[in-house]
Design a protein around this ligand. Structure first.
Ligand code: SF4
Length: 241
């Protein structure tokens, strides 16, 4: 009798595990299908998807991206012309003075840490990588101030190497509203998005979502009634229209 009960319990447990994984599988397929519709629409809305940070080389993009932490791209674009005029490459920045770089990046906030990071990054690039940007995310993230997000921006935008999905505040917020992820943790969101977006779209998805977040799906006042993504969007957490 006891054995019968045990095997019945086992059968129920394995059936519910199978059901759960089937449900998860269905949800993954649904999110994949939805992400393709979202991408198609975003491409129509924003045919050109470019990084908003001004740069003329991979090195300059790396510097600008480090500087953009906790700061708007517009502000970074105001400071970088002077910075790049004085320090156009890794060797020049390595040989800079901390005080001079601090003065230039002062308006961007966290100016001491940012100046220190970009100078240390430039020194390591010169000393260990012949002044060239490494094309490998593990090597790139050994540089001062360079996390996965910054490395993905540079590898994807300049070199066309999709190494991850850049999750900034717009990508986090809008991917949740759309129902493509249910997490607020950037690492989990990136994993969720990498699972459902085609790899070749990883870079441009983020660029286009950022445009969309600035133009239509603005934080706290998303313009849903005029949004091209409305029919695919779960509008998670928003009042019904
Ligand atoms: S429908 Fe609304 S919430 Fe959804 S993406 Fe568009 S503006 Fe954002």
């Amino acid at each position: 009798m006891a054995n019968k009960k045990k095997s019945a319990k086992k059968a129920i447990a394995s059936e519910s595990a199978a059901t759960r994984s089937a449900e998860e599988q269905a949800s993954l397929q649904e999110r994949r299908a939805k992400s393709r519709s979202v991408i198609r629409t975003l491409k129509k809305l924003f045919p050109v998807a470019e990084c908003a940070l001004h740069h003329e080389s991979a090195f300059q993009l790396l510097v600008a991206t480090i500087l953009s932490a906790q700061c708007t791209d517009e502000r970074v674009n105001m400071a970088t012309p002077e910075l790049f005029r004085r320090y156009p490459d890794a060797l020049a920045l390595k040989n800079s003075s901390q005080a001079d770089v601090e003065k230039i990046v002062h308006p961007l906030g966290f100016f001491r840490a940012k100046a220190k990071n970009i100078r240390a990054m430039a020194a390591k690039l010169v000393d260990e990588f012949d002044g060239e940007i490494p094309l490998n995310i593990d090597q790139l993230t050994t540089l001062a101030g360079v996390g996965r997000k910054t490395a993905s921006v540079v590898l994807g935008t300049w070199f066309g190497i999709p190494s991850g999905v850049v999750v900034d505040t717009h990508v986090r917020r809008i991917s949740n509203l759309l129902g493509l992820t249910a997490s607020q943790n950037p690492e989990i969101i990136e994993r969720n998005l990498m699972e459902i977006l085609p790899q070749k779209e990883w870079i441009e998805y983020s660029h286009r979502i950022i445009y969309h977040g600035r133009k239509t799906c603005v934080a706290r006042r998303p313009n849903c009634t005029n949004c091209g993504l409305l029919k695919y969007c779960d509008r998670v957490g928003l009042e019904p229209l």
